[in-house]
Ligand binder design. Structure first.
Ligand SMILES: Nc1ccn([C@@H]2O[C@H](COP(=O)(O)OP(=O)(O)OP(=O)(O)O)[C@@H](O)[C@H]2O)c(=O)n1
Ligand SMILES: C[C@](O)(CO)[C@H](O)COP(=O)(O)O
Length: 230
């Protein structure tokens, strides 16, 4: 039986590093909230059957988004950390997702995702028992530091920057995340939970325009990349 595909979008953050008056996922880019752009990117992928958006418990802005009325979109209440929000989204799929179905987790703060990159991720990982992530190779020389002192130059051929979506099988991802969090592991992306569980996710090279909106200077760059796709 062909594996179905679901998506979880962690969108419950407060955007402290952005320093805006509202959470960054609700800032406007090209006349549309960041979160609406992001959801539209995943809705453009036919294989994605259901999208769970993990929202802050006190999020008053969600009902104003067109995505709130899309039949493929549902919501869950996120948690204190990104990983908690992802887990809440995964648990919201418990009635629908089978153990080996795919779930892709994609940051609400990454609105410039190209649907072609999602198709590439799905194609390259088809049949893979574990899953993997979109990532970028390092084009700069990388230094290991202690305080302000350089202590080593790292072999950049072995270092990639993790992006999202991150695509894993439903039950292994959910169980790995639950166990890693219960063990107090530091989990900043889904792959780190899967690695913690002893598995080796694959990397699939993504587009450098798939930036994460984190600081104010990211906004014009995100607009540039969004304009490239219109
Ligand atoms: N408790 C949290 C924290 C983050 N996120 C989401 O995870 C994604 C990536 O996290 P990040 O860029 O760190 O967002 P924030 O936590 O909002 O940013 P900051 O760390 O600057 O506060 C974002 O889409 C954010 O909304 C979430 O769903 N739940
Ligand atoms: C998941 C992620 O976007 C992969 O690079 C990153 O780990 C999120 O980090 P953040 O500090 O929660 O923004």
């Amino acid at each position: 039986m062909k594996a179905r595909c679901f998506a979880v979008i962690p969108a419950a953050g407060s955007g402290k590093r952005m320093g805006a008056a509202i959470p960054k996922q609700y800032l406007t880019l090209l006349g549309k909230p960041v979160l609406q752009h992001t959801i539209e990117r995943l809705l453009a992928v036919a294989a994605v059957e259901r999208i769970v958006v993990a929202l802050a418990a006190d999020d008053p802005r969600w009902p104003a988004l067109p995505a709130a009325f899309d039949p493929r979109v549902m919501t869950a209440i996120g948690g204190a950390e990104r990983a908690d929000s992802v887990l809440a989204g995964l648990r919201a799929l418990a009635a629908e997702a089978r153990p080996d179905d795919w779930v892709m987790v994609h940051d609400a703060a990454r609105p410039c995702l190209r649907p072609d990159d999602v198709e590439k991720l799905l194609a390259e990982l088809e049949g893979d028992p574990v899953g993997g992530i979109l990532a970028l190779p390092s084009v700069d020389t990388l230094k290991e530091v202690e305080g302000r002192d350089i202590v080593a130059t790292v072999d950049r051929s072995r270092i990639w920057r993790a992006l999202t979506p991150q695509l894993f099988r439903y039950r292994p991802l959910t169980e790995s995340l639950e166990r890693a969090l219960a063990a107090g592991a530091t989990i900043t992306d889904e792959a780190s939970a899967v690695e913690w569980a002893g598995r080796r996710p694959k990397i699939v090279e993504g587009h450098p325009g798939n930036i994460k909106i984190t600081r104010p200077e990211d906004l014009p760059l995100a607009e540039f990349y969004l304009r490239q796709q219109t």
